[in-house]
Design a protein around this ligand. Structure first.
Ligand code: ADP
Length: 163
């Protein structure tokens, strides 16, 4: 594969996402991780913060680039010259939504294909929302995200408490 994109919210990036990024980067010449700037989702981290965290977490992967985007995923793929969208599948619950998304994208951009990487079993339960929820109750999240991201989550929660 020449170039592929891996789009998502990454609010924040978890070991589940990083596993998909590492594996997809081995299959592509160039992998562009697209951080969706979606204000309606009320994210914990700004899009700039999410991009910076991903850059740090992926700095050891020379063919991985991190960018933010807004609008349609198919337009982002075209801008990046990518012919493939990578998505991760955790469980059956992801499947219906992901299938609908992939089929819609293929309808509007027939040259673009979606490939799915199944989650590493170790991370099949893991989502950004779960990590934020555990952190909100002061649980240990060190098994789910890199240390600097755990610190960023705890700092964000502290600053929210002070408001
Ligand atoms: P979105 O808001 O687009 O679902 P996410 O950041 O939650 O964005 O996820 C981006 C992609 O990564 C999706 O394809 C999602 O299924 C996948 N993903 C999320 N968590 C995991 C995980 N633990 N293992 C494998 N894939 C995952």
């Amino acid at each position: 594969m020449a170039a592929a994109i891996y789009p998502g919210s990454f609010d924040p990036v978890t070991y589940g996402h990083l596993d998909i990024i590492g594996r997809a980067s081995l299959m592509t010449e160039r992998l562009v991780v697209g951080v969706l700037n979606n204000s309606s989702k009320n994210p914990m981290f700004t899009v700039e913060e999410r991009v910076e965290m991903l850059k740090e977490a992926c700095s050891h992967l020379p063919n991985v680039e991190i960018r933010s985007f807004s609008g349609l995923t198919v337009d982002f793929a075209a801008e990046e010259g990518a012919s493939v969208i990578v998505r991760g599948l955790r469980a059956v619950t992801d499947f219906e939504y992901e299938l609908q998304l992939a089929q819609t994208n293929r309808k509007i951009a027939p040259a673009l294909d979606t490939i799915f990487l199944t989650t590493n079993l170790e991370y099949s339960y893991l989502s950004s929302s779960i990590v934020k929820e555990i952190a909100a109750y002061r649980g240990d999240i060190s098994a789910f995200v890199p240390g600097f991201i755990a610190d960023a989550i705890h700092n964000k929660l502290k600053s929210e408490e002070q408001i």
